[in-house]
Design a protein. Sequence first.
Length: 464
Amino acid sequence: MQKTFIGPHLRRLRQERGETQGAMARALGISTSYVNLLENNERSVSVQVLLKVFDIYGVDWREIAEDDSAGQLADLRAALQDPLFADTRPDLAQLRAALVHAPDLAAAFAKLHRSWAAATDQLLSRAEGEAPNLSSSPEAAVHNVFRRQRNHFRDLEAAAEAFWAAPPERDELYVALKRRLRDQLGITVRLARVEDLPGTLRQYDESRREILLSEALDHTNRTFQLVHMCGLLEQRALLDAHVARSGIEEPRGIARLRVELANYFAAAVLMPYEAFLAEARATKYDFDHIATRFGVSFEQACHRATTLQREGAQGVPFFFLRIDKGGNVTKRFNATGFHLAEYGGACPRLDVHTSFRTPGKIVPQFVEMPDKSQYFVFSRTVDRPTWIRYAQDNRLAVAMGCTVEHAAQIGYAEAFSVTGARCTPIGINCRICPRANCDQRAHQATILTQVVDEKRRGATRFDG
């Protein structure tokens, strides 16, 4: 059986109630020394003690025992890839020990490094003529919330499963959603002409109880927008609870979090967990087929695959990255240890950039990070709604990746020998990548910069 350590949770629970270890020991019917051992993660907790914690303190033992060490370990490993730690980088065993014995310290270190990275990058931008606010971006704050949950929200999944008392036929879903909004919430849905809704895909007029959908949306996305609105309106209390627990206080971050949680809910309604996982496994994650089967877009199917992290029924852990033609990261979700670019663009050696040359086709690639971890990545372009004839090339690219040990489960990797595949060396992005001799480097590394040798010209102007 897997051992369960709840030291920091138990200590926090006791301190919040102003109890001594002796008082908690008496309440739980155990010795004071045992409480001390539990709090210091020197003993694993038994089911009996967990149940007593639940009964006496009114705490859900499933949540207090929830293991979020995988996400924390990934965050620590990503932070320690910074060139700043090149000579003093702890090994994996030390990191695991830190999470067991000093989890709050490890979390504080990861938070400090994220803040340092944000301040460094934005100060560099300020020096280049920009003047951004030095606070973390709303997107970064939301990403951290999803990362802490390992990109899986158990209560949103449960709400999605209970959404339909009797699910309608798939080709009647759009009409059924309009009827639901009208009958249960008193909201009508109307299709609007592009010129009547300029630059907007969906607008909710609360005073008129009316949702306007742009005719620029295809049928798939019209359906998604209606389920999204059902999530915002019907699941308000659930979304509010997540916002309250998130620690986000800035209004822009709160608004972004609510939108992304409603998107999660909509995806879970349209792509039910068990059915989606079964289809993904049966087709070896053929996302074109999956999108067709569930009546969603390729991007929506990819995004849903990153959330398949239910205990006992897990899918392949993926990361999801979306970029524009300028290389800017516009969306990211992660259920792996891969560190996604938060500031600036993605690594130019990722073939997600070259997928723009072959629109609509899968581009597979094996890559290796500076810490020697290896991933299988596949990319494809996706099209965005078009309003006007002189803005038709409104295209983005998405990349999905998993560790190489999962590549055999992915159909897109079948043409390769997974064990002997040639890996492209990549980094997070040029600002913090330690690969000094990379011929695609666009910036000198922020830390540990070297003086350019005027007698030598390397692959780039930074490698001299």
